[in-house]
Design a binder for this molecule. Structure first.
Ligand code: MN
Length: 240
């Protein structure tokens, strides 16, 4: 089955060159969320909510906060495949979003305003709220907890309704403490820098056959964050 909303995602990427996931189905009992920290050309956080089998996604340049006084810009981006929730690794240079990704937070969420509906009913509501530009959720993550709102800013001639605000609601989890200081992956315990240097990053476990030009790109991507060391190109080539 072709998931229509993933067409854009697929158009932007060449899966011979990037280890990023192509599909997956949301089959769990609860709706999941993931926040990835992504050192692309500009460092940002990707905030993703499972809604109807895909991950509705926003790029949050400054990252989520737990302080209700701070509103964060969240730019809506293309839907991502469900399996993206587990993606941690290196998107090789030359590809869309090239850079390193860690799973900064993960968990599940539910609509904040209704209680205890089925997953299907919750996501039906979420999709309606998404289309209406106002989402209120309760997050159950390792870092992000409690109620959050995502509110679409008023459309004007210059945008296509892509600009939203991510706002922490006032509750017992609200704090002015800087959650951005918690900089490690909740999956691997590694920082972005550590994953960037790691040869065991997901990139290397990809079951897709890496072609030679891809390996050169990967080596370049990995070599970049450690300029003081010798390029790892040679060591990488030996690995096969
Ligand atoms: Mn991103």
């Amino acid at each position: 089955m072709i998931v229509m909303s993933l067409v854009k995602y697929k158009q932007k990427r060449s899966f011979a060159d990037t280890p990023e996931p192509t599909g997956g189905k949301g089959g769990g009992e609860r709706s999941v969320f993931v926040v990835q920290k992504h050192a692309a050309s500009h460092l940002h956080y990707d905030f993703r909510l499972e809604i109807k089998g895909v991950l509705k996604s926003w790029a949050v340049p400054k990252g989520p906060v737990m302080d209700p006084a701070i509103k964060r810009l969240a730019m809506a981006v293309e839907d991502h495949p469900f399996d993206y929730k587990d993606f941690e690794g290196i998107i090789p240079e030359g590809n869309y979003g090239a850079g390193t990704v860690i799973v900064w937070d993960e968990g599940w969420y539910e609509p904040a305003l209704t209680d205890g509906g089925s997953k299907a009913a919750n996501e039906k509501q979420m999709l309606k709220d998404f289309n209406a530009g106002s989402i209120k959720i309760e997050m159950h993550g390792k870092k992000l907890k409690g109620r959050f709102a995502l509110v679409r800013m008023k459309r004007d001639e210059d945008d296509a309704g892509k600009n939203w605000l991510l706002i922490k609601d006032r509750d017992e989890y609200a704090t002015t403490a800087d959650i951005g200081l918690k900089d490690k992956s909740v999956k691997s315990g590694k920082t972005l820098e550590q994953v960037a240097r790691s040869r065991t990053a997901k990139t290397w476990q990809s079951n897709r056959k890496a072609e030679k030009p891809v390996k050169a790109k990967l080596a370049a991507a990995i070599a970049k964050p450690r300029p003081r060391r010798k390029p790892v190109k040679r060591a990488v080539a030996k690995k096969t």
